[in-house]
Ligand binder design. Structure first.
Ligand code: SF4
Ligand code: SF4
Ligand code: FES
Length: 250
């Protein structure tokens, strides 16, 4: 019987170059049968289960919720569980590597520690102001601040934007789009009590003012968020604080 891929005029076998080893590793090539609706994560899983069980990679949910499966696919960072092979490798050739801008642990596994440490540096943690005795906070869904917070809140921490950002590549101290997007979300949270410290944390040399507005983060975010927009909001807010009376301004 003719495979479905051939009926659709596609190559029946994918040529897949996969990064092996650490920072000084190399690509190893595998042949993987092409399947309908095949994702890049399906390809990696096939290699690990059928061709080389020593291949290391990371995933959990397989449905675009956990953010753990991000890798570099044909040169661009992507969430592999929701990236269909047909969309990124029509010619049947795939090159899969760990996320850029992060140290390599092994094979396709990037070390995410510096990515999440930057969330801590950007004060990306909710600071409660209410006690158990207080009633639920009422935040109007149509208030401008609530809309700003909602716009960035669906981040799944996948690291795609961080990997896509050239400023991170030039300056490894830069907080990066995800941590700054998180900071902006909290700056707009009416229940949070850490606004001032957070704006201070993101206003330094490694903070929002280092963003060159390249938009790569926004173009590649799988959740269709706009860290670029969030960073622009932080730029405005930090400047407003600096210019306000009692903050060293006029
Ligand atoms: S917009 Fe800013 S954070 Fe996003 S990729 Fe460009 S430089 Fe990086
Ligand atoms: S902003 Fe988008 S790309 Fe960046 S970590 Fe969050 S979900 Fe991933
Ligand atoms: S495996 Fe969870 S987002 Fe891909």
């Amino acid at each position: 019987m003719t495979p479905a891929s051939e009926k659709r005029g596609l190559t029946p076998v994918l040529r897949v170059a996969v990064w092996r080893g650490g920072e000084d590793g190399r690509y190893e090539t595998f042949d993987v049968p092409r399947q309908p609706s095949q994702t890049v994560l399906d390809v990696v899983t096939f290699i690990q289960r059928k061709l080389d069980p020593t291949l290391s990679y990371r995933f959990a949910c397989r449905v675009g919720m956990c953010g753990s499966c991000a890798m570099t696919v044909n040169g661009a960072p992507r969430w592999t569980c929701r990236t269909h092979v047909d969309k990124v490798a029509a010619d049947g050739v795939l090159e899969i590597a760990p996320l850029r801008n992060l140290p390599v642990v092994k094979d396709l596994v990037a070390d995410m520690r510096e990515f999440f440490e930057k969330w801590t540096r950007a004060k990306g943690r909710f600071v409660p102001t209410a006690t158990k005795a207080d009633d639920f906070a009422v935040v109007r869904p149509d208030s401008p601040a609530r809309r700003e917070a909602d716009a960035g809140i669906e981040c799944i921490g996948c690291g795609v934007c961080y990997s896509a950002c050239d400023v991170v590549a030039w300056n490894r101290d830069y907080l990066g789009p995800a941590a700054l997007n998180r900071a902006w979300t909290l700056v707009n949270d009416a229940r949070d009590g850490g606004h001032r410290e957070r704006l201070e944390a993101v206003s330094g040399d490694a903070g929002c003012h280092s963003c060159h507005t390249h938009m790569s983060c926004t173009e590649l975010c799988p959740k269709e968020l706009s860290p670029t927009r969030s960073i622009a909001g932080l730029k405005r807010a930090t400047i407003a604080v600096a210019l306000s009376p009692g903050e060293g301004g006029e």
